[in-house]
Ligand binder design. Structure first.
Ligand code: PEP
Length: 257
């Protein structure tokens, strides 16, 4: 059975005093989980704080971006090896905000995923279509193109250490969630695409859903057979909401066990 994961994406939010409560709550929630895992992906400057607060707990932490380069004259960038020094488990790559606001293309995202794997961490690779692509019937084509670029780079071996997050762009931060059936259809499409390369890797691949997940809609999404948890933006900044979402993923895990 695939392990469930709920990962918070704090985006560019937080402060040293304000983070402490969220981190303590994440550690407390993780201690209550019997089958699912929880993680928080924090801004770079807060990685040391996350490491201090969560080391020894059952909550994991990670980053939201990484350079595709190993080192060098790349002012403002952060390498995968640097993130590993802070004991990150996960690194989000290819978030739609990185793609749309910072011009990250499929091949850059693929190189970033490879850099994360090479440093011994798990990339959370984000894929998803815009509203006009969905309305134009191009959802599968877009998601397949984004994923194929990564698979071409990391191969089946890399797939075994990867998490995919399906995040329809029209659902991120908009309050408009994909219905469980809409999300399940794309998750099943992703898994069947991976199965063409390796049935075993496809069966093991955690595929998270992201896009306006809240405590009130999490259980319906996590009830779907190919939805293995969530990547949570806004709701991860509210300790009670985030905890309830993690517990919803855990309930689904336990009911299937
Ligand atoms: C995200 O940032 O990955 C995300 C899914 O955001 P939100 O939950 O706020 O839609």
């Amino acid at each position: 059975m695939r392990q469930r994961l709920v990962a918070g994406n704090w985006k560019m939010h937080g402060s040293l005093p304000g983070n402490q409560g969220l981190l303590e709550a994440a550690a407390g929630t993780a201690a209550r989980l019997r089958g699912a895992k929880c993680a928080v992906c924090v801004p770079f400057p807060y990685l040391a704080q996350a490491q201090d607060a969560l080391a020894g707990s059952r909550a994991a932490w990670g980053a939201q971006n990484v350079s595709q380069h190993a080192k060098g004259a790349f002012t403002g960038e952060v390498s995968a090896v640097m993130l590993k020094e802070f004991a990150c488990t996960y690194v989000i790559v290819g978030h739609s905000e990185r793609r749309s606001l910072y011009g990250e293309d499929d091949s850059t995202v693929a190189l970033k995923a490879q850099a994360v794997l090479a440093a011994g961490m798990l990339p959370i690779v984000c894929v998803g279509e815009t509203l006009s692509q969905r309305e134009g019937g191009a959802t599968e084509e877009v998601v397949a193109r984004q994923l194929d670029a990564v698979l071409g780079q990391v191969g089946v071996q890399g797939l075994r250490k990867m998490v995919v997050a399906y995040e329809p762009v029209w659902a991120i931060g908009t309050g408009r969630t994909a219905s469980p059936e809409q999300a399940q259809a794309v998750h099943a499409f992703i898994r069947s695409g991976v199965a063409r390369q390796s049935q075993e890797a496809a069966t093991a691949l955690p595929i998270l859903y992201g896009g306006s997940v809240k405590a009130s809609n999490a259980a319906g999404l996590f009830d779907m057979p190919d939805i293995d948890g969530g990547l949570i933006g806004g709701a991860s900044l509210d300790a009670a909401e985030f905890s309830a979402i993690c517990l919803a993923a855990d309930r689904e895990t336990m009911e299937r066990a």
